[in-house]
Design a protein around this ligand. Structure first.
Ligand code: ATP
Ligand code: MG
Length: 267
């Protein structure tokens, strides 16, 4: 059986600056398969976040998508069709994604209602999502306790796990994770990354992981795409990129990573 695949084809994002149209993302091609982690790396401002946003049609004001298609199993889909149903997202700052006056139960119910899931299945789905996200031990009591909490009663790490639980609730086979651990302390970062790795295996998630931490890439990614100035300049299996980086942008990232550990690059 072939894995479910999502193709981003010739995706472009433009803005207007000083009266001129400027390409922020230019003809980006990416393929993501279920059951793999594709890391999208590159310097700050290279276009990683806009690529994710454009693929799901959630670009910020002042930018627009120009050209490009996103296809699921070869069928072109709009961002609205993909969002929540086929592609879930988690972001850098989970707190901003939650309504401060609503409990976790309200957030979970909103997700299930939006998807049209029948009520009889809600409790079971929520319990398994919380347990798979490492928020509850699978017992009803622990799940109830988590569901009664408001965002301010939870740590950043717990909120990121809750974002992941909500993503799991949707049953979407793909997850876009834009710097999902940047705002967390090192111990929690590691836990969340381990969790994503486990979900890749246990739920067969295909994860597009945006990061500029090559340590994260080395640990988690199966394949890597490198962006520079709005373009993909290199794509390949993670080992090839570390051992035989062919583009200067990739070499810079790898060398910076190795020098952090006092190691010499291979080339
Ligand atoms: N709303 C906007 N209007 C105009 N230009 C924008 C807007 N958002 C981003 N940009 C520009 O688009 C480029 C790419 O931005 P993007 O946020 O995708 O970078 P990134 O690779 O995610 O960077 P980082 O690693 O810092 O998150 C940058 O030059 C940025 O200044
Ligand atoms: Mg970004």
């Amino acid at each position: 059986m072939t894995a479910l695949r999502l193709d981003i084809i010739r995706l472009g994002v433009r803005t207007r600056r000083a009266g001129e149209t400027l390409a922020l993302v230019d003809a980006v091609d990416l393929t993501l398969q279920a059951g793999e982690v594709l890391a999208l790396v590159g310097a700050s401002g290279s276009g990683k976040s806009l690529t994710c946003a454009a693929a799901l049609d959630v670009l910020p004001p002042g930018t627009w998508r120009e050209g490009g298609t996103v296809a699921l199993e070869g069928v072109t889909r709009t961002g609205a069709e993909l969002r929540g149903r086929h592609v879930a997202t988690i972001l850098q700052n989970p707190r901003s994604a939650f309504n401060p006056v609503r409990t976790m139960r309200a957030h979970a119910e909103e997700t299930l209602r939006a998807l049209g899931v029948e009520r009889a299945r809600w409790d079971g789905l929520v319990a398994s999502a919380l347990s798979d996200a490492g928020l509850a031990d699978g017992s009803a009591g622990e799940a109830e306790r988590i569901l009664s909490l408001h965002p301010f009663e939870m740590s950043g790490g717990m909120l990121q796990r809750m974002m992941i639980a909500l993503a799991l609730l949707t049953g979407a086979p793909f997850l876009f994770a834009d710097e999902p651990t940047t705002d967390l302390d090192l111990v929690v970062q590691r836990e969340i990354l381990d969790l994503l790795d486990r979900l890749k295996a246990s739920r067969g998630l295909g994860i597009l992981l945006v990061t500029h931490d090559m340590g994260v890439v080395a640990r988690l990614a199966d394949r890597v795409a490198v962006m520079e100035a709005g373009r993909i300049v290199e794509t390949g299996p993670v080992m090839d990129l570390f051992h035989r980086p062919s583009h200067s942008a990739t070499r810079r990232l790898v060398h910076a990573h190795l020098s952090l550990y006092g190691l010499e690059p291979a080339s």
